[in-house]
Design a protein around this ligand. Structure first.
Ligand code: GAP
Length: 511
C-alpha cells in the first residue's frame, strides 16, 4: 500500500515536472479537482484521442463521428433521467467534517479485503514455488476464503440497498463494517443523502428571461438527440454507431485521486444502434473489442479486468466496467452498457418526435436498442502515464527514471541531439528535423553531455534519440538509441523515416 502511494506521488510530481499536467489556475492556489494539460500533456491526450477515434471511426465503415454542443435543451436532461436520478449517495463525518460517497467507502473497504487476499496468495506462491496451484489455494485456504466471502457480501449488500434506494440501510452497513473516516478514523457518521451531480447555468441576457441550462454530464445525449439526423443524412443501416469525444461536467463532491475523478473531464463515447433483441450479442462484441483495444497498447494484460455491475444504472439492462490497475488499485476505466431503447424512447416521449428506424430486411419500424462504450480520456491518460512511469535499476549499478509510453502515444517521437554545439553538427541535426517534422513531432536538444540528454528524454517519454556526431559529416549516418532497451544502432539518415514509421505506425499497433 505504501509502495502504491509512493508511486502515485511520483506520478503526480513527474506529470508536473515534465510539462504533462498542472493544477488549474495555480498562481491563485489552484481549483480543487480541476487540471490543465501542459505542452506534453496536450500531445499525449491528443494522441490517445486519435488512437481511439481511428480505431472507432476510421476502422469501422458503420461508425461515424459527431461533435454536438455542450449546451443542450434542458428537456434533454429531464428525458434522460439525469434531473431525477443522476445523484450520488453522500455521507459526512461529523468529527472530521469530511464528505464522502457512501458507496465508495464500502467499495474501498471491499478492495482492501481483495488486496489482503491477494497478499496471502502471493506469499503462498512464493512459499510453494512452481508447484503452486492458485485456484486450489483460493478455494481451500480459510483466510483467503474468509476475505473473499466478506468482500462479496459487502458489495452485494451495497448493490441491493442502492437498488432499493434504502439509504438508512447503506449507513447501517457502513457502521456494521466498522468503516472509519479515511482521514481521521472517526466512525461518527451523518445520515446518507442523495446529491445531484449536474452543474446548472443560465442562458439569456436578464435574470427574468434567462433559461436554466445544465452543462452536459455525459456526451451520450448529444448522440441520442442527433441519431435520426445522422441515420437519415448518412443513410446508415442498423447496426451502426455514432462516436463522439468532448467535455463533460459533474459536480463530483468527492473529487480526489488527481485526474481520476474530475469536475470537468473529457469522454470518448460510442453509441451502437442495434435491432431489439440483438443487444446482448453486440454487448459481448464490444466488451471483447474494447478490451483488445486496451491490450494493444502493451501496458500489461494483467492490469485489466472486467467488473460486471450488480446495481444497474436507470437506463441499462447489462453493464460492465473495464477496470485498470491504477496506482491506488483496480478502478473503473471504461464502461460498456446495454442501454436498451431507454434513451430514444424517452426522447420520443418528451419531444413528441418519432425516432424510429425502418428496417427493410424485417419490413418494420422500431426504436433501436443501444450498446454504449464510454471511456474517460483523462482517466485513460492516467492509466497510460502511471503504468509507463518506472524506476529502473541498471546493470552498471545506477538507476534511471523512464516513462515508457507506448510510442504511438508519445508526445515527441524522437529527439535529435548534436553531440556538440559546433563543427556543423547542429546544422545537420536541424536538417534532419526539417525533414521529419512533416510526419512526426520531433525535438532538438543540445544542452549538457549526451548521457544526461538521454536521461532527460527517457524521463520525458521520448521513444528514440538520434545523435549526430563528427562521423555523420563523413558517412551520413547517425546513432539511434531506443528508450526502452537503451540499445544503440548506427543507421543512414535516409533510413530514419522508415525507422520512425515502424515505431509509430497505427497499423502495427492496432492489428
Ligand atoms: N454515458 C455513460 C457514462 O457517462 P459513466 O460510467 O458515468 O458512464 C463513463 O462514465 C466514463 O467516463 C467512466 O468510465 C470514466 O472513465 C469517465 N468518468 C466518469 N466520471 C468521471 C470524472 N468525474 N472524472 C474523470 N472521468 C470520469
Amino acid at each position: 500500500m505504501a509502495q502504491q502511494d509512493d508511486h502515485f506521488k511520483k506520478v503526480i510530481s513527474h506529470a508536473k515536472e515534465y510539462g504533462y499536467i498542472f493544477g488549474s489556475s495555480e498562481i491563485y492556489d489552484g481549483l480543487s479537482a480541476v487540471y490543465d494539460y501542459g505542452q506534453n500533456g496536450v500531445e499525449l491526450k491528443k494522441n490517445i484521442r486519435e488512437y481511439w477515434w481511428k480505431s472507432m471511426v476510421q476502422m469501422n465503415q458503420n461508425i461515424v463521428g459527431l461533435d454536438a454542443a455542450i449546451f443542450m435543451h434542458p428537456t434533454t436532461w429531464k428525458a434522460s433521467g439525469h434531473v431525477d436520478a443522476f445523484s450520488d449517495p453522500l455521507i459526512d463525518n461529523k468529527d472530521s467534517k469530511k464528505r464522502y460517497r457512501a458507496d465508495v467507502l464500502v467499495e474501498d473497504y471491499a478492495e482492501k479485503l481483495n488486496q489482503k487476499a491477494e497478499k496471502e496468495i502471493a506469499k503462498a506462491a512464493k512459499r510453494f514455488g512452481e508447484s503452486f496451484d492458485r485456484a486450489q489455494y483460493e478455494a481451500t485456504n480459510p483466510r483467503v476464503m474468509g476475505y473473499r466471502e466478506k468482500q462479496k457480501s459487502a458489495t452485494a449488500r451495497l448493490a441491493q440497498y442502492l437498488t432499493q434506494e434504502d439509504l438508512p440501510a447503506v449507513k447501517a452497513l457502513i457502521e456494521e463494517l466498522g468503516i472509519g473516516c479515511p482521514e481521521s478514523g472517526s466512525k461518527n457518521w451523518t445520515d446518507v443523502r442523495q446529491f445531484n451531480l449536474m452543474f446548472g447555468t443560465k442562458l439569456g441576457a436578464s435574470a427574468e428571461t434567462a433559461t436554466d441550462l445544465y452543462l452536459r454530464p455525459e456526451t451520450a445525449q448529444g448522440i441520442f438527440v442527433n441519431y435520426l439526423n445522422v441515420q437519415k443524412t448518412g443513410r446508415m443501416k442498423i447496426p451502426f454507431g455514432i462516436a463522439q469525444t468532448g467535455k463533460a461536467f459533474r459536480n463530483e463532491i468527492v473529487a480526489r485521486q488527481f485526474i481520476f475523478r474530475m469536475r470537468e473531464f473529457e469522454q470518448m463515447e460510442m453509441q451502437f444502434f442495434v435491432r431489439p433483441g440483438e443487444e446482448m450479442k453486440w454487448y459481448e462484441h464490444w466488451k471483447e473489442t474494447r478490451l483488445k483495444w486496451h491490450k494493444s497498447l502493451g501496458l500489461g494484460e494483467e492490469n485489466y479486468r472486467f467488473h460486471d455491475h450488480e446495481k444497474l444504472a436507470h437506463y441499462a439492462n447489462a453493464a460492465t466496467d473495464i477496470e485498470f490497475n491504477f496506482p491506488f488499485g483496480f478502478k473503473e476505466l471504461e464502461g460498456i452498457h446495454s442501454r436498451t431503447d431507454f434513451d430514444l424512447k424517452a426522447h420520443e416521449e418528451h419531444s413528441g418526435k418519432k425516432l424510429q428506424f425502418f428496417d427493410p430486411e424485417l419490413n418494420k419500424s422500431y426504436v433501436p436498442y443501444v450498446v454504449e462504450t464510454s471511456i474517460g480520456l483523462d482517466r485513460m491518460f492516467l492509466a497510460v502515464f502511471s503504468a509507463s512511469l518506472q524506476d529502473e535499476e541498471l546493470e552498471n549499478g545506477t538507476s534511471r527514471v523512464v516513462l515508457k509510453l507506448p510510442a504511438i502515444l508519445a508526445p515527441v517521437k524522437a529527439a535529435i541531439l548534436p553531440l556538440v554545439k559546433k563543427d556543423g553538427l547542429p546544422e545537420v541535426a536541424q536538417k534532419i528535423i526539417d525533414d521529419l517534422k512533416y510526419d512526426y513531432r520531433v525535438a532538438y536538444d543540445e544542452k549538457d553531455a549526451v548521457g544526461r540528454r538521454y536521461r532527460r528524454q527517457d524521463a520525458a517519454g521520448t521513444p528514440l534519440c538520434i545523435t549526430v556526431d563528427h562521423d555523420t559529416l563523413e558517412d551520413n549516418m547517425v546513432t539511434v538509441r531506443d528508450r526502452d532497451t537503451m540499445e544503440q544502432q548506427r543507421v543512414l539518415i535516409t533510413d530514419l523515416p522508415d525507422i520512425l514509421n515502424k515505431k509509430v505506425n497505427f497499423r502495427h499497433w492496432i492489428a
